[in-house]
Design a protein around this ligand. Structure first.
Ligand code: FAD
Ligand code: SF4
Length: 469
């Protein structure tokens, strides 16, 4: 039967069910349910097929969104899974963690009436197809005999491995951690992305011939020289791990922690990789202040709530409109009981032998700074101390090139980001022709989907460099 042209009005947007806040704060698992085939088809059918797929352009990997929506509407699940993997190496993960409100769904033509639930459908496609036995089709792939080393098993490295494997190039991925995923595993909390999803992706990639060499830090456990010597090319996707230092007086007081070790200590406990209580940072029973308004800040808020903090206050120096965190995660934090204080800039951590509070000053937004964003300006006489017995600092990360970069002619920009070619024959090639790079180490801390995109594009350039593409 032909689709009614105004189906998007008759069928309202319906996201997969979300657990009520009082239920979900009692565990660390994912909070959203799943579409069934009928819901997925009905929601996919809301796509107008408007002819101007702005959603595709706004999606950093340029997914063929209207096309896979049509396939899902028609019940062609495996075809949708194949198509979805033509542009994205981690579709079920991006469907879970992308800030869709400012990417694909924000650009959807019917956004005013409730955008098509693109992220949830993208996630459904791989989850359901995998459950029904779908696997990437490698039957036409012939081994080229080429070998490429990938350093870093985060989204950039996994995106590169996926493309290389499909080109018949052997991808050997080295990572310092005991599991793959980078920040997907050791950063993003399980209530946004359950670790089983990353493990499932590992199985899929291993099934495609990708080899993982874990617990291996390049430059410590194996030299970069050996890697270069044993492979035809190298892809670097080592991320950004140096903290932005707010240089706040008192920031070294006991009770003040950096966001990432805090989140990772909790994840390690969930994963049972580290049972030592001395390594577990627990905010149970504490009055917690989280400083920072990005995704990492939201993850600290919601982790502290789940650990049983007495109160969680998130202070951010700009207004809500200008917060970098995904709107969905800010909403989830509010529902779970986090108190937000906008336009508050921290100026000092207060305490003697232990933190007792954070001195903040109220701000108003002034003229745009060099990054184009309006700069917060302190309002004189507006200082106050927010009482706290635990503080998490989430000001972000900067790239930190290891010493062996220079030894091997891999140049960095003054910001620490790795210099790569943006034009010409081999995009993402570093100043060492045999070495390519992508993801956070090249663009600065950003998103999973942009890291996947750069890994994939760099791998295409590597294939070309090796004469395979
Ligand atoms: P990473 O994911 O950092 O992976 C780098 C890998 O390289 C790591 O596994 C590391 O162990 C390995 N490595 C580094 N040096 C070496 C070495 N010498 N030898 C071997 N291995 C090495 N993005 C979103 O889109 N949505 C979100 O909701 C979101 N939430 C986030 C929450 C937190 C707490 C954080 C910190 C980030 C979040 N991000 C989110 C950002 C996103 O996780 C990153 O942009 C993305 O993971 C970058 O991918 P990458 O592959 O460049 O680096
Ligand atoms: Fe949207 Fe992200 Fe999926 Fe692209 S990858 S369609 S931006 S959820």
């Amino acid at each position: 039967m032909a689709k009614h042209p105004l189906q998007f009005i008759e069928v309202r947007r319906k996201d997969p069910d979300k657990q009520p806040a009082e239920e979900r704060v009692r565990h660390f698992g994912e909070i959203y349910g799943h579409y069934d085939p009928a819901n997925a088809a009905q929601q996919a059918g809301r796509c107008l097929d408007c002819g101007n797929p702005y959603c595709e352009w706004k999606c950093p990997v340029h997914n063929y969104i209207p096309n896979w929506l049509k396939l899902i509407e028609a019940g062609k699940l495996f075809e949708a899974a194949d198509l979805s993997h033509q542009t994205n190496s981690l579709p079920e993960i991006c469907g879970r963690v992308c800030p869709q409100d400012r990417l694909c769904e924000g650009a959807c033509t019917i956004n005013d009436m409730g955008a098509v639930s693109i992220g949830s459908i993208e996630r459904y496609i791989t989850d359901e197809a995998y459950a029904q036995g779908w696997r990437p089709d490698m039957s036409e792939v012939a081994d080229t005999g080429k070998r490429v080393a990938i350093i870093g098993a985060g989204p950039a490295g996994l995106g590169a491995a996926d493309i290389l494997a499909r080109e018949g190039i052997r991808a050997i991925v080295y990572d310092a951690y005991p599991e793959i995923g980078g920040l997907l595993t050791f950063g993003i909390p399980p209530f946004k992305l359950e670790k089983e999803i990353v493990r499932r992706r590992r199985k899929l990639l291993e099934g495609m011939g990708v080899k993982f060499v874990l617990n291996t830090r390049v430059g410590v456990d194996i030299s970069f020289q050996q890697i270069i010597d044993e492979h035809d090319a190298v892809f670097l996707g080592i991320g950004t791990y140096k903290y932005v230092d707010g240089k706040l007086p008192g920031q070294d007081l006991p009770g003040v922690v950096d966001a990432l070790p805090y989140l990772v200590s909790n994840i390690n406990r969930q994963l049972k990789v580290d049972a030592d209580p001395a390594n577990f940072i627990n905010f149970a029973g504490k009055h917690v202040v989280v400083l920072g308004g990005g995704d990492t800040g939201m993850d600290c808020n919601r982790t502290a709530i789940r650990q049983g903090a007495k109160s969680v206050t998130c202070a951010y120096r700009r207004d809500e409109e200008n917060m970098p965190g995904s709107k969905r995660e800010v909403e989830n934090s509010k529902e779970e009981g986090v108190r937000f204080l906008f336009n508050r800039q921290p100026i000092e951590i207060v305490g003697d032998k232990h933190v007792t509070g954070v001195r903040v000053v109220e701000t108003k937004l002034g003229a745009p700074g060099p990054d184009g964003r309006r700069q917060p300006e302190p309002i004189e006489g507006s200082e106050e101390v927010l009482p706290a017995d635990a503080v998490a600092i989430a000001f972000g990360f900067r790239p930190d090139p290891p010493a062996w970069f220079e030894e091997h002619g891999i140049e960095s920009l003054p910001s620490g980001r790795t210099r790569v070619s943006t034009h010409g024959e081999f995009p993402f090639q570093t100043t060492n022709p045999k070495v390519f790079a992508g993801g956070d180490m090249v663009r600065g801390s950003d998103l999973v989907v942009t890291a996947v995109f750069e890994g994939r594009e760099a791998a295409k350039a590597i294939s070309k460099y090796l004469g395979v593409w």
